[in-house]
Every structure is written in C-alpha cells, then in structure tokens.
Ligand binder design. Structure first.
Ligand SMILES: NC(=O)c1ccc[n+]([C@@H]2O[C@H](COP(=O)([O-])OP(=O)(O)OC[C@H]3O[C@@H](n4cnc5c(N)ncnc54)[C@H](O)[C@@H]3O)[C@@H](O)[C@H]2O)c1
Length: 356
C-alpha cells in the first residue's frame, strides 16, 4: 500500500493508493461512530463494473446504504442534478451523520463534494476516484463545483474529503480516450512543477519507461498535495494548477462539454497558453516547440472551426479573472509558472490558430 498525507490542520487527510481499497474502506468505517447511512453517488458504467466491491464492504459492516446514479456526462454537474440529489438524501432520511462516497470520475467527485459541503451545512464525504484524471487530480484538494449554462464550475466550494481511496486497477476498464485525457493533466504537472517529472511522463507515453502507473499517480498526488497545503483557498500558489485551464474551460463551454473532454481541453489550452508565453517573450521559441511536440504526442480531438467572438464571451466569464484583468497562468520556463498575467484579447484569439 502507498499512503500520502495532505496536511491541512484539522482538515488533514490520507490519500491511499492500493488495489485492495475494500479493506482500507472497511478499516475506516469501523473507526467512525454512529453512521446514520451511506450514500454512494456514481454513474451507471461504474455501478455495473464495480458496485459489488462497495456493497460487500457495506454489508459486512452492517451499514444502511443507497446508490444514486447520475447521468453519464458533464450535465450531471448541474443545478438540476444537485437539487435532485439533495431530494434523494432527504428521502433516504439522511442527517449530519450520513456519509457520501463519491464513486467515479471528476464529474461525480465535483458534484458529490458540492452536495456534501451544502447538505445540512456540511456532511462527511470520501473520494473513490475511478478515472485516471480523478486519481491524479480532481479527487484531491477539495474543490467542488457545478456548471451553469453561462460557464464551467461557476458555483462551488472548497470542502475537503475525509480520505481518498485510489485503486489504480479501476483504470483497466477505462476507454483509451479517458487515459489520454488524464495524460493532459499529467503533462501539466511536469510543465508547472518539475522538468524531470515531465521527462518521465513523456518517456511513459512513448512506452519507453520502467515506471508504472502507480508511480505517476503517487507523484501527482504528492505534487498536488504540496501545492494545496501551501494555498488551500486558491489565493496564490494553487493558481498554477490552472495552467491551460483559462482557454481549456472556455473550449469546454464553447463545445458544450460534448466534443472535447476536460483533460483534452486542458491539453489544447496549454498549447495556446504556451504560445502566448512565447509571444510575450517569456519563453524561447525552442521551449515552445518542445512543449507543443510533447502535448501533440497525445491523440487530441481535431478542432476545425471556432467562432472567436462567441469563444471570447466564455473567456470573459471565467471565474479566475479579477476586476477588468484577464488573469492567465503562463510559463517562463518548464517548471516555472507565473500567475495573474493580464493577456490582451488579440493574443488570446490569435493563439487559437495554433490548435485549429
Ligand atoms: N475538482 C477538481 O479539482 C477538478 C480537477 C480537474 C478536473 N475536474 C473536473 O473533472 C471532470 C472530468 O473528470 P473525468 O475526466 O474524470 O471525467 P468523467 O468524470 O466525466 O468520467 C469520464 C467517463 O468515464 C466513465 N468512467 C469512470 N470511471 C470508469 C472506469 N473505471 N471504467 C470505465 N469507465 C469509467 C464515466 O462514467 C464517464 O462516462 C470535469 O468536470 C472537470 O471540471 C475537477
């Protein structure tokens, strides 16, 4: 078993990486007194594949439990779903001693965390991520969110889980495209944090590495934990995790979350934001070329056309901006991000030509 701790005073928690998470979950549940019931929020595919594992643990511990199955797409991160889930919790007679298991990818994790943070002013929840992206990123750090039709993640809280249980074997059933989407966020850690890690990631994606997937999950959780420990509330250092996300989120919203997955849009956003870094004289053209090569080694969706005016409206709605400034995270080298950089509109729009 591989264990990490994210240290946040009384909100500290463990991240457990193990192929027998059932044992670890059972151990955890035995430590908690007076559990009213457990609600597992998930999606149909995950339920069909893996619900037996949780059912067995919960039966063995004599606990009452209920499943809530969300839509199998980003639409599940909506106000409508939020209100439906809250109604289900009320029907299940949940109270402050109820516990939520977020059993799925980032969509399930973000919605479940938001529900946990608001139901009865906050109940305990555990993250049990099942996608590559959620194992290396979204299950850690406590950011919860839902979208509105005006943009992504516009409603949310920062509310830490009690523990994160990661079973890398869940990745065996993931479609290749989901792995590639997770690779986008993995490359991001290399670009914003550690040049050597980036080299490891690139070797791995070329099938030229001795390192296994658990190493990359562990290392990513470690990097994210270090960042969140220093800046839980996203006031400074944590913003570096948004590299690629300003353009990435606008792309996701523009394409209505259908054509393009989160990690893919972040990958495309990183190409554009690295190009902007080059145009603003922050990185050398050869550094940009090598970043471009690394990211395009992933199989990314093709974008044929963008209505730049409509796209820019989504950029303006990004919650990261303050006053009238458009706050971007840019790079001044590999492993050297800079935050709160105002970028001119013409440069943002021109950067799209690199990915169309
Ligand atoms: N909170 C954060 O810090 C944070 C960070 C990054 C991303 N996010 C959010 O995460 C979301 C994207 O998450 P994602 O990439 O995990 O995608 P996702 O949650 O949409 O899952 C992708 C698909 O994979 C399926 N699936 C999940 N696990 C599976 C498994 N083991 N086998 C087979 N199929 C499986 C799901 O049912 C779904 O259809 C976005 O909404 C993004 O905004 C949040």
């Amino acid at each position: 078993m591989n264990k990490l701790e994210l240290k946040l005073e009384n909100r500290s928690y463990e991240i457990i990486i193990d192929s027998d998470i059932a044992f670890e979950i059972s151990k955890e549940l035995k430590k908690i007194k007076d559990i009213r019931n457990i609600v597992i929020i998930t999606q149909q595919t995950i339920y069909n594949l893996y619900s037996k594992i949780l059912k067995k643990v919960l039966h063995e511990n004599g606990l009452e439990f209920h499943f809530i199955i969300l839509d199998d797409n980003e639409n599940a991160k909506s106000l409508t779903t939020f209100s439906e889930v809250i109604n289900s919790l009320i029907e299940f007679n949940c109270n402050k001693s109820s516990i939520i298991f977020a059993f799925g990818g980032g969509v399930v994790g973000d919605l479940s965390g938001f529900v946990a943070s608001t139901f009865m002013r906050g109940i305990s929840y555990y993250q049990i991520p099942t996608t590559f992206l959620s194992m290396i990123d979204s299950s850690i750090g406590g950011k919860t969110a839902i979208n509105t039709e005006k943009g992504k993640n516009l409603i949310g809280t920062i509310y830490q889980p009690k523990k994160v249980f990661i079973n890398p074997d869940f990745m065996n059933s993931l479609p290749l495209r989901e792995i590639s989407s997770g690779m986008g966020e993995l490359i991001k850690y290399g670009l914003i944090w550690d040049k050597d890690f980036l080299n490891d990631v690139l070797k791995y994606s070329e099938n030229n590495s001795q390192k296994n997937i658990s190493y990359f999950i562990h290392k990513s959780c470690q990097i994210k934990s270090q960042i969140v420990e220093k800046d839980e509330k996203d006031k400074g250092l944590r913003k570096i995790l948004n590299f690629g996300h300003t353009i990435g989120h606008a792309l996701e919203s523009y394409f209505e979350y259908e054509t393009i997955k989160h990690g893919e849009s972040v990958a495309l956003g990183m190409i554009c934001e690295s190009w902007i870094s080059k145009e603003m004289g922050l990185i050398e053209p050869k550094t940009y070329e090598s970043i471009h090569r690394s990211i395009t080694s992933l199989s990314l969706p093709e974008i044929n056309k963008i209505d730049k005016k409509k796209f820019y409206d989504f950029i303006l709605k990004d919650k990261k901006h303050q006053s009238k400034k458009l706050n971007f995270v840019l790079l001044k080298g590999i492993g050297k991000p800079i935050i709160d950089i105002n970028v001119q509109k013409n440069l943002i729009l021109k950067s799209l030509d690199v990915i169309i």
